[in-house]
Ligand binder design. Structure first.
Ligand SMILES: NC(=O)c1ccc[n+]([C@@H]2O[C@H](COP(=O)([O-])OP(=O)(O)OC[C@H]3O[C@@H](n4cnc5c(N)ncnc54)[C@H](O)[C@@H]3O)[C@@H](O)[C@H]2O)c1
Length: 316
């Protein structure tokens, strides 16, 4: 049977994600929803009209949803639901400043997803990411492997881009990794990063690496300060769309994602940025990788920071 994916939220992140998913031409249907009257239908119409030029057959459907779940029938049978609903940051805001507002939105969306697409894999992108992923699992009551969040793919892509630019080498020759939270306790992993197969530490000084680590950690804020009216969406949508595709194709690709951790790295009972194998059921398994002692300590610190906040969302 043909695959169906839903993108909830037709803002910058949602619309660009829907476009990427449609242009892959691997789904039968991409549904895009929002609470704004007419916007999802307009975007779907526009994207459908691009099919003849771009040469894809995927059909887009845009639906406005209501406060009591009106319109959610359209998401029935979705294999994957990407949740982008929620406010983005404004200059000077931290992701955590969005917690209460976005918790209400993500809870309402998740309850409807559970009702209308009970076998879907849910990929959360709304911020603060680690907390909203935990909340989506609580509100859907889906098995934890079927709820995951997008952050690590983006943070890793940013780190890779900064390294490639600093060294003047093609991005494809650079491999990097970031784990931990999508926030202050992001954990870039230089020990697992390479350039043309050589350890990053052999081609860059510790100070240079530290500069790029700081740039990566502040990558989102740098964009918010420049854009002024919203946050990044091209690189973020690329990341979420790849994850949704890995689910639809049951590819088993290993990606850095926000996943439920149950004993890996000696950490349990928390949603955290780790590498995981992605397939039709969401997270097939968390992939533990060798870390330096300081990287492992930073990952444990990140786990405790997000654990405290994730406990709060249960009541939101
Ligand atoms: N995880 C990441 O790496 C990452 C990266 C960038 C942005 N984000 C987050 O993604 C979210 C979306 O960002 P954006 O740039 O698209 O913002 P945006 O303001 O452009 O779009 C958000 C959309 O959500 C819609 N919405 C609000 N409540 C809804 C509901 N109950 N149901 C359906 N739709 C609803 C709004 O009407 C709006 O169209 C933000 O929370 C942002 O912080 C995450």
């Amino acid at each position: 049977m043909g695959k169906k994916v839903t993108v909830v939220g037709a803002g910058f992140y949602g619309s660009t994600t829907a476009q990427r998913l449609a242009e892959y031409d691997v789904f039968d249907t991409v549904v895009i929803t929002d609470i704004v009257e007419g916007k999802p239908a307009g975007l779907a119409l526009d994207l459908n009209q691009s099919r003849a030029v771009e040469g894809f057959e995927t059909k887009l459907v845009g639906v406005t949803t209501g406060p009591n779940g009106e319109g959610y029938e359209a998401i029935e049978g979705s294999d994957v639901v990407v949740v982008t609903a929620g406010l983005p940051r404004k200059p000077g805001m931290s992701r955590m400043d969005l917690l209460e507002t976005n918790a209400k939105i993500v809870r309402q969306v998740s309850e409807n997803v559970a009702k209308y697409a009970p076998s879907a894999v849910v990929i959360v992108v709304s911020n603060p990411l680690d907390e909203m992923t935990a909340l989506a699992q609580l509100a859907t009551q889906f098995p934890r492997n079927r709820v995951l969040g997008q952050a690590g793919m983006l943070d890793t892509a940013r780190f890779t881009n900064f390294v490639a630019e600093a060294l003047g080498v093609p991005v494809k020759s650079v491999r990097t990794l970031t784990l931990g939270s999508h926030g202050d306790t992001m954990v870039p992993v230089p020990s697992r990063s390479t350039v043309d197969g050589k350890p990053l530490r052999d081609v860059m000084s510790a100070e240079q690496i530290e500069d790029l680590v700081v740039k990566t950690r502040n990558g989102g804020a740098e964009l918010v300060a420049l854009l002024k009216t919203g946050s990044a969406y091209y690189a973020p949508s690329a990341a979420a769309a790849r994850m949704a595709r890995a689910v639809a194709e049951d590819s088993g690709a290993v990606m850095p994602v926000c996943a439920w951790v149950d004993g890996e790295y000696g950490i349990s009972g928390v949603y955290l940025g780790v590498e995981a194998e992605i397939g039709a059921q969401g997270v097939k398994r968390v992939v533990e990788t060798d870390l330096d002692a300081d990287e492992l300590a930073a990952l444990k610190e990140a786990a405790e920071a997000v654990r405290a906040k994730q406990a709060d969302v249960a009541a939101m």
